[in-house]
Write a protein that binds this ligand. Structure first.
Ligand code: PLP
Length: 423
């Protein structure tokens, strides 16, 4: 199947007489004829559904579709993007371990890593995504177990040099985990450039309609855990909670994602609800149509903004004026995303006046929606960060994050024009 066909059809093939559309299996549990058979499911000797915290047919179908879109060996849906980021790291790290992370990441992820996971004994060193190999190398320690970064950072739109990060991570015997929420697999498939694990906030473009919170962890199946067995005992030595089963022995290339599901999801329980997975799937069915339209509209809006003398600066990685244009062309020649960031002359007061004057674009704590929306990160999603942390995240105090929707670009531009006229 080509990519567009996968968006519409992958993950679910009904048999004779079965529903054409992925059904919502709104059931916590599944019936079996004997306890012996159910025991085999518990021991992972047989596969089958028994409890929705571990697996559910609706969620499985949608996870399989996303795995197919990213080109991975398997995927696990989570209740939110935050849960996906947490699971992706916690699956291979425990107290006493260390992770190298890009400093320009979503504010919620930064808090999760620097505050909450730190309390669990996992330490993070943050490095700017533009750092050279030498600086990156210097961030590694004996106990480093992973590298984490965003392919296009929210909100600064810094484009990651995936090959550089993958090369350094692999030289230290650890996987590269990337958050690919902004480009989506329509524009970028990180496994093709050396990433090992991909996470998404499916809440954004994948759902695309601001209906359902969700996340996903996708396993590329590329990382050789056994080659670095001493670093990843959770995958390469027996799991007592499954009578001594070893994930790499029993599940080969799917060891990481299987452990994530049968161990972490079993114990922590942040499953996506079947209802949300159904809504997510409706979004995925048009992802290949929506994302190019977002990019096309964003390009028009960015060109308009760039030519306007009330704008002090603008970053849209698909536009030649962006510092990240070359990287964007290399990794995402067909477009980056629908998000633009810029500053307005006159500082915070002008920015507030501008945002309050918008009519079609809504001021919301959301991004990557079919409807155009706008946010001032320094006073909202990133308000927990210190001034220094804001600089490292690429979020200047005047940064406006403008998420271009799939309305008519002329209407979006007219709205911006009247709002700028109020300054
Ligand atoms: C929104 C977002 C998250 C968090 O996702 P939720 O679904 O809100 O939990 C993580 N990463 C990026 C890049 C995001 O934009």
């Amino acid at each position: 199947m080509k990519f567009s066909t996968k968006c519409v059809q992958a993950g679910y093939t009904p048999k004779n007489g079965e529903p054409r559309v992925v059904p919502i299996v709104q059931s916590t549990t599944f019936k079996y004829e004997s306890s012996e058979q159910m025991g085999k499911l518990f021991d992972l000797e047989e596969s089958g559904y028994f409890y929705t915290r571990l697996a559910n047919p609706t969620c499985d179908a949608v996870a399989a579709k996303i795995a197919a879109l990213e080109g991975g060996v398997g995927a696990m849906l989570t209740s939110s993007g935050q849960a996906a980021s947490f699971y992706s790291v916690f699956n291979i790290c425990s107290a006493g371990d260390h992770v190298v992370a890009a400093s320009a990441i979503y504010g919620g992820t930064f808090n999760l890593f620097s505050v909450t996971m730190k309390k669990l004994g996992i330490d993070f060193t943050f490095v700017h995504p533009d750092a050279d190999e030498e600086t990156l190398n210097a961030a590694f320690k004996e106990n480093t177990k992973a590298v984490f970064a965003e392919t296009v950072s929210n909100p600064a739109l810094i484009v990651l040099d995936i090959e550089k990060f993958a090369k350094v991570a692999h030289a230290h015997g650890v996987p590269l985990i990337v958050d690919n929420t902004f480009p989506t697999p329509v524009n970028l498939r990180p496994f093709e450039f050396g990433a090992d694990i991909v996470v998404h906030s499916t809440t954004k473009y994948m759902d695309g309609h601001a209906c359902a919170l969700g996340g996903v962890v996708v396993d590329g199946g590329t990382f050789d855990w056994d080659a670095h067995a001493e670093k990843f005992p959770g995958l390469t030595t027996p799991d007592d909670s499954y009578h001594g089963l070893t994930y790499t022995k029993s599940f080969g290339k799917s060891a990481y994602i299987t452990k994530c599901l049968v161990q972490l999801m079993r114990d922590l329980g942040s499953m996506q609800s079947p209802q949300n997975a159904f809504l997510l799937n409706l979004g995925l069915e048009t992802l290949h149509l929506r994302v190019p339209r977002h990019c096309e509209n964003a390009t028009k809006v960015a060109q308009y903004l760039e030519a306007n003398d009330k704008i002090s600066w603008i970053n849209y990685p698909s536009m030649p004026s962006s510092k990240y244009y070359d990287l964007a062309q290399k990794y995402m020649p067909n477009g980056t995303c629908g998000v633009i960031c810029f500053g307005i002359k006159g500082g915070r007061a002008a920015a507030t006046k501008f945002m309050d004057s918008l009519k079609l674009a809504a001021v919301v704590t959301h991004v990557a929606d079919a409807r155009t929306c706008v946010l001032h990160p320094a006073s909202t999603t990133h308000r927990q960060l210190s001034d220094q942390q804001l600089v490292e995240a690429g979020v200047s105090p005047d940064l406006i994050r403008f998420s271009v929707g799939i309305e008519d670009a002329d209407d979006i531009i007219a709205d911006i024009e009247q709002a700028l006229g109020n300054i």
